[in-house]
Design a protein around this ligand. Structure first.
Ligand code: APR
Length: 232
């Protein structure tokens, strides 16, 4: 691949697993502990905002204690040292990519660090603990919610993401089970653009067969080795 190859990366919860943050669909994962419809949908929030705030307060507290691992740091190094453009798209709502030194990370599902007013759409930095009735600093409505994308809501940056995928020379999916739309279609978009596609995951994801190359193992090992190869 040419030295100035454009590399587009999609990450999921698996890249933050070794930093101590829970994944969703692994044994005992977050979706084994909570029902998605209760804590990650607009209806769930309307039905029981206290439950939803306590779910995200717990994740915010856990994320505050987490440190980036070798995989986050390797990707930041790739962004820094690779002559071509390196775009990091993440489904994760933690900010460990940024803590590891990455820049311009596209958080398609939002971040735990953000708060959103369900009434006026105002965004502000989320306090560590949010509660039902948190007033919006802009319109004062008691409608503060986590600024994360719930099931049934539209992910962020989709236009930019599809434009990046159309220009990708290399597409890597890291630590994602390939179960959720639209992220699971990114490998197909990249393939259509002629990109080399690689999956770096603990075990084959549901989308594994759609990748030209697959490497299995913990992200802290597989991503570091893969980045070292890209940097030649
Ligand atoms: N290294 C690499 N991969 C790992 C590791 C690890 N240490 N540990 C787990 N994995 C892999 C698992 O094998 C699994 O394929 O990470 C993947 C995690 O999959 P999910 O738990 O489904 O997380 P993700 O793919 O990010 O979920 C996508 O679904 O629930 C929604 O919005 C939520 O962003 C999330 C989206």
């Amino acid at each position: 691949m040419g030295k100035s190859a454009k590399i587009v990366i999609l990450t999921g919860a698996g890249i933050s697993a070794e930093s101590g943050l829970g994944t969703f669909r692994d044994e005992g994962g977050l979706w084994a502990q909570h029902r998605i419809e209760d804590v990650a949908t607009p209806k769930g929030f309307a039905r029981n905002p206290d439950l939803v705030h306590s779910f995200y307060n717990a994740r915010r507290a856990q994320a505050a204690r987490a440190r980036p691992n070798a995989a986050h740091q390797a990707l930041a190094g790739l962004q820094r040292d690779h002559p071509g453009e390196v775009v990091i798209i993440t489904q994760n709502v933690d900010t460990l990519h940024e803590a590891g030194g990455a820049a311009e990370v596209l958080h398609m599902h939002g971040t735990l660090a953000g708060a959103l007013c369900a009434d006026c759409g105002h965004r502000w930095p989320a306090p560590l603990q949010m509660h039902t009735g948190t007033p919006c600093p802009a319109c004062t409505a008691p409608a503060g919610r986590p600024d994360v994308v719930w099931f049934g809501e539209i992910p962020h940056f989709m236009e930019a993401i599809y434009a990046h995928l159309a220009q990708a020379d290399i597409f890597a999916a890291i630590g994602t089970s390939g179960e959720v739309y639209p992220a699971v279609t990114f490998v197909d978009e990249a393939h259509l653009a002629g990109a080399h596609t690689v999956e770096l995951n603990l075990e084959p994801s549901s989308a594994a067969s759609r990748f030209a190359e697959r490497r299995f193992g913990p992200a802290s090992e597989t991503v570091s080795a893969w980045v070292a190869e890209q940097l030649g």
